[in-house]
Every structure is written in structure tokens, then in C-alpha cells.
Design a protein around this ligand. Structure first.
Ligand code: 13P
Ligand code: SF4
Length: 304
């Protein structure tokens, strides 16, 4: 038996002993994707966390995702296998920054991307993910919105909802913000029949040159349903691995060099195993913050 097979078998045993479930984000390393009970984008995983019946959730992703699961499912024990798996974008805005924005725009509602801290969510009216940001902004009862922290996602939403005024913050994802329009154009020349699909965290000029702007699971659905055979995909490499596995007859080409989120890649299968066997790392959220952040998260689940 290989080391991977042994680990997988032990994980199965531990899961049944502890009545646990493994949720994994689409950017996880392939061995972790394959060990997951549910694989998805931020919105799918939030919904799943809110509806699970098991006692323990192992969240293979980054910290804000495990915190979201804990807030939406407070009675469960939520474990994050690596405490150092954070999202740098989530730490770019402070509560003081947000309060300052609120004082400058007192009539605006606050829409916060889930890639944010629990303290920021607690000061927000409603959260969103990359897959429902446009829906949330379109449908909330406000003409003026403070949209934080991702400026690129905010610019995309502003373009899609021109009737509302968005005030943006200068946060960004270091993985997607580096993607260049020239890389996409060079790939289009080499693959003229390919569809170009990009995540909304890319810079505006990259989104403008794309055929589709989609969340990670939105991209996955799109490639599964499209008649095209080739896709230039501008997002983290983990999703391309899932696309290849689930669509063996189609070709998926990264936009330039493969894009890697080192935070998402920290969690190995061994970490998932140790998380279950050593009960680590338990995610706790201050109850008063969780109550307020939970309101913004549950509000989001009403919209899409
Ligand atoms: P999705 O919600 O589209 O999966 O995106 C999460 C994320 O962190 C993108 O960088
Ligand atoms: Fe955060 Fe970007 Fe990594 Fe997503 S890909 S977790 S936004 S750093």
C-alpha cells in the first residue's frame, strides 16, 4: 500500500469515528480535493456548512472559509488543518478603515466580500462571494454601496450594476491581480478557438478581454456545458486540475504561467489526517462578533 493509500484509509476511519465531513475549496492540492466529501467555491461551501448534520467539519481551504463555516454552523466543531493558511486579501482592510469609509459615505450600505475578517463582516450589512456579488449589489435596498475589500471585484460589479454607486477599497488578491491582459491575448493567438474565462478578482482590463467572468464553480459549470473544446483559464491552478479530471475530452490552458495561491496549497493530505487525529486547529469566533457577522452572512444567503 502506498503512503497516500494508507493516509486515505486512516482518514476514512477517523471520519467515521468522529462523525466528520471534509469540505475542500477548488484550489486545494489534488490529493486533498480527492479526499473531500464536498468540493466547491466559497458560496457552495458556505451553504453546505450551514446544512450539514455531522459533528465535525474539517475545512481544507483558508481561514476565512473555516470561520464562515463556524459562524453558519455554530454547534459544530470546525477544524482548519493549517493555521497558517490565510488569505492576504482578508487582512488588507482594518475596522478603522471601514469606519472611516462609513463616516465618509453615511447613506451607503456595506457589502463585504467573504474574503475578509470576522470583525469586518460584523461591521457589514451583507456579505457576498464572487458568484453572487452582482446579485447582492443589484438586489439590496441601497443606491449607494461601500464595497470591500477587493477593488477588482468591486470594479466588475460596478460595471454590471451601472445604476448604483459603489465606493471601493484598494484590496486585491496577489494571485489574480498579477494576471496580465497581454498574457491572455498571447494565448488567444496560439489557441484561436479557445474560450477565455476569468475570475472576477483579475484586473478590469483582463475581465474586459474575457468571454466570461465567473466564480471558480461558475467556471466549472461553464466548461462542462460549453460546446467549445479548449479554454484559457485565468485563475488558480487547482481549479484547472479539477476541470481536467472532470472533463477528460477538453483542454484547459493557464493564462501564462500557472497561477498558484501558496496559502491554498499549504494543506497536504497529512495535515487533513492530523487535523482529525489531533483535533486541530479548532476555529472559535467571539460570540458577539459571530452574532453580527452571522447576520451579514445569512443575509447573503437570501440573495443568490
Ligand atoms: P470562489 O468563491 O470563486 O471559489 O473564490 C474564492 C477565492 O478565494 C478566489 O481567489
Ligand atoms: Fe485569497 Fe487570492 Fe488565495 Fe483566493 S487566491 S485565497 S483571494 S490569496
Amino acid at each position: 500500500m502506498t503512503e497516500e493509500q494508507r493516509l486515505k484509509r486512516e482518514i476514512l476511519d477517523l471520519k467515521s469515528k468522529r462523525n466528520a465531513v471534509i469540505l475542500a475549496h477548488n484550489y486545494q492540492v489534488e490529493e486533498v480535493q480527492l479526499a473531500a466529501d464536498f468540493l466547491g467555491d466559497s458560496l457552495e461551501l458556505s451553504r453546505k456548512a450551514a446544512s450539514l448534520t455531522q459533528d465535525v467539519i474539517v475545512f481544507a481551504g483558508v481561514k476565512f472559509m473555516a470561520e464562515t463555516a463556524k459562524i453558519l454552523s455554530p454547534a459544530k466543531r470546525v477544524l482548519l488543518p493549517r493555521l497558517d493558511a490565510g488569505c492576504p486579501m482578508a487582512d488588507m482592510i482594518t475596522v478603522d478603515d471601514l469606519r472611516e469609509l462609513k463616516s465618509r459615505h453615511p447613506r451607503a450600505m456595506v457589502v463585504t466580500y467573504v474574503n475578509s475578517s470576522v470583525e469586518i463582516k460584523a461591521e457589514s450589512d451583507v456579505c457576498c462571494t464572487s458568484s453572487n456579488a452582482v446579485q447582492v449589489v443589484k438586489n439590496i435596498p441601497a443606491a449607494e454601496i461601500i464595497f470591500i475589500p477587493d477593488e477588482n471585484l468591486g470594479s466588475y460589479v460596478q460595471k454590471m450594476v451601472p445604476g448604483k454607486k459603489l465606493h471601493l477599497f484598494e484590496g486585491f488578491c496577489y494571485v489574480h491581480n498579477r494576471i496580465k491582459r497581454e498574457e491572455i491575448e498571447a494565448m488567444r493567438v496560439r489557441h484561436p478557438l479557445a474560450k477565455v474565462i476569468v475570475h472576477p478578482e483579475v484586473p478590469p482590463e483582463v475581465a474586459e478581454g474575457a468571454d466570461e467572468v465567473l466564480s471558480t464553480s461558475g467556471m466549472l459549470n461553464y466548461v462542462g456545458n460549453s460546446a467549445a473544446r479548449e479554454f484559457i483559464v485565468a485563475t488558480e491552478q487547482g481549479l484547472l486540475q479539477r476541470m481536467k479530471r472532470e472533463n477528460p475530452g477538453k483542454d484547459f490552458i493557464p493564462a501564462g504561467n500557472p497561477k498558484i495561491c501558496s496559502n491554498m496549497k499549504r494543506t497536504a493530505l497529512q495535515d487533513v489526517h492530523d487535523s482529525l487525529s489531533q483535533d486541530k486547529y479548532v476555529i472559535e469566533v467571539d460570540p458577539e462578533i459571530a452574532e453580527r457577522a452571522g447576520r451579514a452572512l445569512r443575509e447573503m444567503l437570501q440573495y443568490g
